[in-house]
Design a protein around this ligand. Sequence first.
Ligand SMILES: [Zn+2]
Length: 125
Amino acid sequence: MGFLWDLNQNLKIHTVQTDANRANYKADKAGRKALASLESVERLTLIVRAMWKLIEQHTDLTEDDLIKTVRKIDLMDGKLDGKFKPDAGPVTCQNCGNKVHSSQLKCQFCGKEIVNQNVFEKVRL
Ligand SMILES: [Zn+2]
């Protein structure tokens, strides 16, 4: 009886240890994902600040113009919520003019590479 009880307890301990290892793995993975998101936000913030500095230096545009444009773009989805969701809809192939889903790397009609039009995706540091 004592041997079976010990065996059952060891099995329970092993199960708890396995669950704890899985939880640690998931927490590490979530932490890495959050860090990558933060680094992406920091990179985009840097690019936006550099762009605004150039615009201020080389045009007559003011902060008021910037704020009005931010609100205008924010409202494009119908809500003034300080967020922007990139359009994941179709893009037009620059070679044949057909509509292709933006996630595709090549045009399904002519095979030409789809050039990403999003300037923020082109800038790599
Ligand atoms: Zn095409």
